[in-house]
Design a protein. Sequence first.
Length: 499
Amino acid sequence: MLSTSLDENIRQLEDTFHDCGDLVKRKIPIGQHKDIWIYVAYIDMLINRETLESHVLNPLMVFVWETPPKPEDLQTDLLHTLTDCGFTTADVRESGDPAQLYNAILSGDTVFFVDGAASAIIISTRGWPSRGVSATDTEVTVQGAKDAFTESLRMNTMLIRRRIKDTKLKVKQLRIGSRTQTDVALMYLEDVVRPAVLEETLRRVKSIDIDGILDSGYIAQMIAENKISPFPQAQITERPDKASAAVLEGRIVITADNSPFVVIVPATLNTFMQAAEDYYQGWQIMSFIRLMRYAAGILSACLPGLYIAIAVYHPSMIPALLIYKMAGARQSVPFPTTLEILIMDLAFELLREAGLRLPGPLSGAIGIVGGLIVGQAAVEAGLVSPIAVIIVALTGICGFAIPHFSLVSGLRLSKYFILICSAVLGLLGFWASVLLVLSHLVSLRSFGFPYLFPMTAGEVNHYSDWKDTLFRAPLSAMKKRPIFANPAEDVRMHEAKKG
């Protein structure tokens, strides 16, 4: 606890923040009372100077007692008087816990130590430089909102609150990380969320014991049930409209300070195939695109392995004219088919990573150089066959068609597992590896929900979720919320009143 001696509190503060050159501290008198002092402390550039000077320091400089207290009561009444009417800002509170006070300073608040008081005043003056709301980078859509989350926790909660104007929308704030003390907020609709899911989410988030949370990706990994699986069990998005839609479905959005991405739980394979744009256009074209995404996901994982299994072990399955062309193209290739596909695929992965790490204008150039010049040169040099380039390129294109990059990562790793099994055992290895991947997906659960729902256990929700799976039904037909919502609030669209 704090001491009633201002000098002792100052000494303790300065010892704690020893060698912290960005700590600003000053001892100032209150108004005309030159014998009464307070000590102000804050971190430079973490506070809003205009708020501090206009609403905090200026009122203190001209502070006058409405009813001058007796000298013996001056020290006792000073703290409460300043808290009640000494500042022109609303967010003012008291605390006598040094750890809480120091954490407030590190979070961008200003702390005032008052002479003769065993408590200090915390004033919210947060105002560090931050990036404004910008357009989305990773989840671009033709139609729909263009704004994206930022690195500010309060800005992110505002972007969701702006879309859902409901008092049932709750923001439960926690702090995670023994050293970073990162602010984390859980957003959900109180009456729509399942209580068991909310309790489990809170338990997992609170159980995170780590020194620092630098991005929401830390949280997504640490709250997963199966931490070995390459497939994501929590959805990550930078789009406020997608996060708001998830909240309306009864899911929970987890936002972390300093991260422009939020985590959505629970998540199933079906939710990773859904894009925000799916609900902004007609159901006919979006159903067709949704079906193409599922086909692209299957091809991105299975196409190289299937090609190797057929070309190496079962060439009789290929039409005669095509097999003659393939054999002619491979005459000068010095590598076996499996090694040829593996080399080309790894080269494609390197080009993908190089394009991601380079600045914007150069990333397009590396894609053109890698895709056209290097590929064509490899074919002309006889190092790879044209069919191998086509297979690898088609596999990569299919991966780009999936809306969520985290799911693509799981499919990329599954692709190599299927490829190796197909190279060893042919079609037997191909089908065995595909069944093993499917078995793994069936075994996964996200906060109690089957990962392949509603393809499995769809009858639990009377097959209602099938309306938004392989195909997207008209909005007027999707009257119920998905399985994630509280059964008592599963209706989101009521019949129009007649007359």
